[in-house]
Write a protein that binds this ligand. Structure first.
Ligand SMILES: C[S@@+](CC[C@H](N)C(=O)[O-])C[C@H]1O[C@@H](n2cnc3c(N)ncnc32)[C@H](O)[C@@H]1O
Length: 205
């Protein structure tokens, strides 16, 4: 009999790691990957945009983050942060903005869904996070949210709309010339993928 490995999500609220960052040494635009897992998706983007961009990677699972640090150890333009992306988002990205860089794209690819109502605050895009980030993030930053979880997608969409963010673009096929590991696995089983892009416009919040 084959043993099935059950992997529980890490409760982001239980990880209190706080990181500091002074920003990159240049002001190239920044691409952010939230929950990169083993990094297949961001690796491909780095391959394509290594000369022109800096990259910020967040991963809460220590073992995965350790591997990511190892993979990118020779890249001055890639920074891997271990811990809860939500808790450390501002302390990592605001210094970059202050030093003149643009946060070009933020990828939230197949985040942990946290279905139960009482667990909604563990979702990466939650109300508190949106209220906080809207006060400092650049308005032209493109947020990309992809998931195979219909409920998560619909409820996130609803929350964004409640916050006045309603000019999202929906797309059926990934335009990123690569798939995340999760996406590839889901597509193989024929699952539908839900995708949107949006900007966070401060004045509406
Ligand atoms: C379902 S996997 C998707 C991985 C990858 N983005 C992909 O599409 O293949 C979710 C990943 O996000 C990480 N993660 C979940 N919550 C996080 C958080 N608050 N901060 C940083 N990473 C997180 C998990 O450890 C896991 O590696």
């Amino acid at each position: 009999m084959t043993k099935r490995r059950i992997r529980h999500h890490v409760n982001p609220m239980s990880d209190r790691t706080e990181v500091e960052f002074e920003g990159f040494t240049d002001d190239k635009p920044i691409i952010v990957d939230v929950g990169a897992a083993s990094g297949e998706f961001i690796s491909r983007l780095i391959e394509l945009k290594n000369e022109t961009h800096n990259f910020v990677i967040f991963e809460i699972r220590k073992a995965l983050a350790k591997k990511l640090v190892e993979i990118f150890k020779d890249y001055k333009n890639v920074k891997v942060f271990t811990g809860d992306a939500g808790r450390n988002f501002k302390s990592v990205l605001l210094p970059c903005i202050k030093s003149g860089a643009k946060i070009e794209e933020i990828f939230i690819n197949f985040p942990d869904p946290w279905f139960k109502d009482r667990h909604k605050k563990r979702r990466f895009i939650n109300e508190k996070f949106l209220d906080n980030v809207s006060s400092w993030i650049q308005e032209d930053t493109v947020w990309i949210f992809q998931t195979d979880q219909k409920i998560l997608f619909e409820e996130t969409l609803e929350l964004l709309k409640e916050k006045g963010i309603d000019k999202m673009q929906f797309f059926r096929v990934s335009p990123y010339n690569t798939q995340t590991k999760w996406e590839a696995a889901k597509m193989e089983t024929g699952d539908k993928i839900y995708r949107m892009k949006f900007n966070i416009i401060k004045t509406n919040l």
